[in-house]
Design a protein around this ligand. Structure first.
Ligand SMILES: [Cu+2]
Length: 189
């Protein structure tokens, strides 16, 4: 009896661990969306996106392009560097490690024409911007004499709407875990 309860508990722990991993599944970002990897600016494509460790960057391009990850200096000078240049037309980079990542096309002068993209990869656990240090404090340089100051609500940073699903499933499995522990102690006593 007790061993079967133990097995039940272990299964539930395993399930909850697997569920936690599934919730934090990697996101695949197709660079440039429908435009793909081409001669264009990627500033607007990067803007507003949060790239996490483990996410995937997918470069889709024609036979007249290639892609290579480079360092910051080579990104600035449009040099290939020592990393492998891919030409297969559908190249996926798994984002490992936090910090800036740089990618360019080495064909002709494509990089100089804007065919380059840089992204900032952040840790998967640090997605909630609750303690963003760059909150605009709105220094009232104009200093209106009216003491009415209801303008402080404009400084609240908008929290991303996709953060809440990260916490709901684990709490459900925690409930199952507590249920299992209760069953275990009930059987063993
Ligand atoms: Cu190119």
């Amino acid at each position: 009896m007790r061993s079967s309860t133990m097995v039940l508990m272990m299964v539930m722990v395993a399930v909850s661990l697997c569920a936690g991993k599934a919730v934090l599944a990697a996101t695949t970002y197709k660079v440039g969306d429908d435009a793909g990897w081409a001669i264009m600016s990627y500033d607007s494509w990067v803007a507003g996106k949060t790239f996490l460790e483990g996410d995937i960057l997918e470069f889709v391009y024609g036979s007249n392009h290639d892609v290579v990850e480079v360092n910051a200096a080579n990104y600035q000078s449009c040099a290939a560097g020592s990393n492998t240049v891919f030409t297969d037309g559908d190249t996926k980079y798994t984002l490992s490690g936090v910090g800036m990542k740089y990618y360019i096309c080495t064909v002709s002068t494509h990089c100089n024409q804007g065919m380059k993209v840089s992204i900032n990869v952040v840790a998967a656990a640090a997605t909630t911007p609750t303690t963003s240090p760059t909150t605009p404090t709105t220094p009232n340089t104009t200093t209106p004499t009216t003491p009415s100051s209801p303008t402080t609500n404009t400084t609240t940073p908008s929290s991303p709407t996709n953060s809440s699903p990260l916490f709901l499933p684990p709490s459900i499995f925690t409930l199952f875990l507590i249920l299992g522990l209760t069953l275990f102690f009930f059987h063993s006593s």
